[in-house]
Write a protein that binds this ligand. Sequence first.
Ligand SMILES: [Fe+2]
Length: 385
Amino acid sequence: MDLKWFRVPRDVVFGQGTLEYLSKLQGTRAMLVTGGRSMRRLGFLDRASGYLQAAGMTVEIVDGVEPNPSVQTVERGAQAMRDFKPDLIIAIGGGSALDAAKIMWAFYEYPDLTFEQIIPIDSIPTLRKKARFVAIPSTSGTASEITAFSVITDTEKHIKYPIVSYEITPDVAILDPEVAAAMPPVVTANTGMDVLTHAIEAFVSKNASSYTDPLAMEAIKLVFENIPTAYDRGTDMSARENMHNASTLAGMAFTNSSLGCVHSMAHKIGGRFNITHGLANAILLPYVIEYNREATPKYGEIEAALGVESLARAVQELNARVGIATTLADNGEVEITEAAFRDALQEMSENACEDPCTFTNPRDTGCLDLAEIYEAAYFGSLQEN
Ligand SMILES: [Fe+2]
């Protein structure tokens, strides 16, 4: 049996002011999980807590989830949950807070579970025996609120655990653009181009389907139409809302169809040079489009929908519009010297080749091809076919 499925959260609540939906949820003990200071400083943590209390719940908070959340943070949160015994878990913040809370939840429900046991795909046992999970993203990018994915870092062993289990797909995603409106322009640009990369890679993925294509295409259109305004005027709630929805739509597509080589390559150059994920994706995307073009007619469908001749060029123009460079050499964020790049090239290419995202790239590829794409993106030689 060639089993295929499409899974997303049961409830997606969207629109300005929808944080208040928390007051409509049922539960008795709610645990809020958040990152550093921004959700508290901007007042969203207090508001979320107030809505939950208005619904009759006792509230506790796990905060301080760091970027690239660690095994220790997950264990600390899981222990806090075992002590407090929530029946509702609400993650509010960036992708890190959401990713960490998902695994805290798994370890809360199964105290004897280990990281090693949950590395194989879909190996987290049945959740929701103790709590339901609500996700409220403060960036429009990772789509962790909709996906079955989480990335946790073992800071002692220097290993990132990419965890994929449909059990950790949230029950409720609340998409309130007000919560994301504080993103500064550079974050809006990088996360927004990550959304575009999710959407385009999902659309051309080998696992794309009639369920994922319309969502991916809508997300592509929304990003092209709205990222310039969201970047220029962060207070424009219409642009913010459209970008927030685009992120989730792209997430619904890619959590079911997976991604491609842009992500494989961004993961590895990010690991080596610490370049921001969305920025690496934005720069690599046009080069991978040109490489993949011979393997799929679907870029042509995107070009027709957008009314552009070359999607690769259109992406580069959009990058330029939001202050993103065209080459890895001049990425504007971290220094990557040619010597350091050459030194890393083979290892990055080999590791990117093994990345799970490579398996669903529309063109079958190998390390030598990926090295050539890295070089093209480093020096800026876009070969249009
Ligand atoms: Fe991404």
